[in-house]
Design a protein around this ligand. Structure first.
Ligand code: FAD
Length: 414
């Protein structure tokens, strides 16, 4: 009789949980240990900046309870799945040469290891430990922000990115006075062109949020945020949303290669440079043949898709990971979705009026192939574009620019 073999998964977020589920679905019968350093049962992060805060913003019910309560836990029975879920346990180091994980509770040997440690939010320098300064990554972070919304504090949000916009939405809904400060000259300047971000600026104004761009923060003091231009903004609470870094510091010197961006360097099968070690989700980058570059994706869909490929390969398969990236954001009453990946070299085609209620933007490569799409409250465009991008379909630019013409029809006539 052969000995049992062990898969250890580090990180009990979306990617870690999906890996455990995919392994069972694909027939892995031996041991699975899932290790997570947070004390809570595994949960989903996107609602933390949306429903969880908006629930806090809901009026107090007759019984004094806030809203209906939002349960963010994954609906997974780990016992039934035969997964040894070990919460509140941090992986401290990895000895890849002898396939051993070092934890606070002692060494854990493995045959196969999956790294799914996600990312941590970047803090503002000099603000560590300041009680009024908040990050928003975990359930505990969201819980700490609920009283801020409940007591309608004056809030300064640092960073006009996805998280900043979503938090500002909830805080305004709760009745807080909100100022968003952004060091760049416009929101999302690193990821989207001006034609897209200019209307977004209007969303802030319409929601009654003051947006101050081109003004880096120089200091956070008790009760105030000081900007580089000398202005002081009163702040009962400061919420920092300036990006995230892969949670991989503990892997230094382990034999697993890390990139300059801190991500685990995975190959197109999601294998790392250490034997038997895979990496999935926010902590790992992979080479995309579709886009001709290495990608580090910090979005939910990547933490859903990657684990299926990693699990299949761990079980002896030979699957390449090359997804069409996808994410969504809910901000200022709008549903924003993006699929694909564009560069400045691509041609931008506007579908509809960006000052209107619903519109889209397509990016076409020089050969007319659809590279990416961003949609605002046009989910049908998104659904069609995702399939067109997956099959590298070319679009007729004139038809693509007409919002009355379905994107599939613009492809058929290209
Ligand atoms: P994580 O969810 O970060 O899970 C990793 C887990 O590993 C964490 O629990 C961490 O504590 C644990 N861990 C780290 N180091 C160790 C260690 N050494 N030992 C043990 N455990 C460890 N994406 C979208 O597409 N749309 C959205 O609207 C959206 N909204 C979001 C809102 C918020 C507030 C946040 C924070 C993220 C949002 N995202 C959204 C991104 C999405 O949630 C992430 O891409 C996804 O959670 C990544 O999953 P992951 O499992 O790779 O990492």
């Amino acid at each position: 009789m052969s000995e049992r073999s062990a898969v250890v998964i580090v990180g009990a977020g979306m990617a870690g949980v999906q890996t455990a589920m995919a392994l069972r679905e694909l027939g892995w019968r031996d041991d699975i240990t899932l290790l997570g350093d947070e004390p809570h049962p595994p949960y989903d992060r996107p609602p933390l900046s949306k429903a969880v805060l908006l629930d806090a913003a809901a009026p107090t019910g007759a019984g004094g309870a806030k809203g209906a309560g939002v349960d963010v836990r994954f609906d997974v029975d780990f016992d039934a799945l035969g997964v040894d879920l070990r919460l509140g346990l941090r992986a401290q180091a990895l000895h890849a040469a002898d396939r051993t994980l070092v934890t606070e509770a002692g060494p854990i040997p493995y045959d196969h290891l999956v790294l799914a440690t996600g990312a941590y939010p970047v803090a503002l320098p000099g603000t560590a430990g300041l009680p009024a300064v908040h990050l928003l990554r975990t359930l505990d972070d969201a819980a700490a922000l609920r009283p801020v919304l409940d007591s309608r504090q004056q809030v300064v949000v640092v960073g006009a990115g996805w998280i900043g916009a979503e938090f500002a939405t909830a805080a305004r809904q709760a009745g807080c006075e909100v100022t968003v400060v952004e060091a760049a000259d416009r929101p999302l300047s690193g990821v989207l062109p001006e034609v897209v971000t200019t209307p977004m600026r209007g969303w802030y104004a319409e929601a009654g949020v003051e947006l101050r761009t081109g003004t880096p923060v120089s200091a956070v003091e008790p009760g105030a945020v000081v900007l580089a231009d000398g202005s002081r903004l009163a702040a009962g609470a400061v919420v920092v949303g300036v990006g995230a870094r892969p949670a991989t510091g503990w892997l230094a010197g382990s034999g697993v290669e890390l990139g300059e961006d801190g991500a685990v360097v995975a190959d197109d099968r999601l294998r790392t440079t250490a034997p038997g070690v895979y990496a999935v989700g926010d902590c790992a980058s992979f080479p995309s043949a579709r886009y001709g570059e290495r990608m580090l994706i910090h979005h939910w869909d990547n933490a859903l898709q990657g684990p299926r490929t990693a699990a299949a390969n761990l079980l002896g398969g030979d699957e390449r990971y090359d997804p069409v990236p996808y994410f969504w954001s809910e901000q200022f009453g709008r549903f924003v979705q993006y699929a694909g990946h564009h560069t400045d070299a691509d041609t931008l085609v506007l579908r509809g009026d960006p000052d209107g209620a619903a519109w889209s933007v397509c990016w076409l490569r020089a050969d007319g192939v659809l590279a990416a799409v961003l949609v605002v409250d046009r989910p049908r465009d998104l659904a069609q574009a995702r399939k067109l991008i997956a099959r590298s379909a070319a679009l007729d630019p004139a038809l693509a620019a007409d919002p009355a013409v379905p994107l599939t029809a613009a492809a058929a006539r290209a």
